[in-house]
Design a protein around this ligand. Structure first.
Ligand code: URA
Length: 242
């Protein structure tokens, strides 16, 4: 799309006025001044006017973060503790995490301003898969793993069937993989506690079809269009880009 049209779509000004804004040198794309109104804006370009980022109204953002320990999965904290939004440098006010990871849990966290998608991705009705790698104190027997996968009785009711398998073991601890299709508060820790094997370390390694491959702890990437479309299909929403 042409830059002038793009700015108009962003609500910066009418298309004609936008052309003047561009030719007067007030517009940059990825930090480079662009003075040609016909310049084509590409997917992923960061457009600024007078140094302030602009984007088309209604264009949603989808970021995938590898959360480090020590960050809250909230937008703000009354006690001033660090939140995941601080890892997303520009802090767009409307962006919020899809579901929660505990303060000490690491791994995949999606952030978006797409309320309907966020709602469906976290609602148990849509059963989106979450994959965790869990180090527990002690080594659960195969019978315990079967019990955990069939369902544990927690104080807010029995858990739905899950997949639980042993990845590694040592004398004092074991590493499990747990696949859940529901997302109750502190569910993995409560399931492991109820089985008698307290969690020592917890990492979310998968969310739906997304993995942390290529992401370093504390960094994020923007989802591609194909990934957003796939998430939409997964929770029964019409294609967002059509
Ligand atoms: N289950 C937990 O117990 N904690 C998390 O952070 C995520 C899932």
């Amino acid at each position: 799309m042409r830059l002038a049209k793009y700015l108009a779509l962003c609500g910066v000004a009418s298309r004609r006025k936008a052309e003047q804004i561009i030719t007067s040198g007030r517009v940059e794309i990825d930090g480079i001044m662009i003075t040609v109104p016909q310049h084509r804006v590409k997917e992923g370009d960061r457009v600024t006017v007078d140094g302030r980022a602009v984007k088309p109204a209604g264009k949603k953002e989808y970021l995938l973060l590898d959360k480090p320990a020590g960050y809250l999965s909230t937008v703000s904290d009354p006690y001033g503790r660090p939140t995941v939004l601080e890892l997303i440098g520009r802090r767009p006010a409307r962006l919020y995490p899809v579901g929660r990871l505990d303060l000490d849990t690491t791994g995949l966290l999606l952030l978006t301003d797409d309320g309907e998608l966020a709602y469906r991705l976290t609602h148990p009705r849509f059963g989106v898969e979450k994959r965790y790698r869990v180090r527990v104190k002690g080594v659960p027997s195969p019978a315990v793993l079967t019990r955990m996968s069939r369902g544990m009785l927690l104080d807010d009711g029995p858990t739905a069937p899950a997949k639980v398998r042993l990845l590694r073991r040592s004398r004092e601890s074991a590493v499990l993989e747990i696949l859940l299709h529901e997302g109750r508060k502190r569910q993995v820790k409560r399931m492991c506690d109820a089985a008698g094997y307290p969690v020592q370390q917890l990492r979310r390694t998968g969310f739906a079809f997304l993995s942390a491959a290529g992401l370093e702890s504390g960094t994020y990437r923007r989802l591609g269009e194909a990934e957003v479309r796939r998430l939409y299909r997964l929770v029964g929403l019409a294609d967002p880009l059509s």
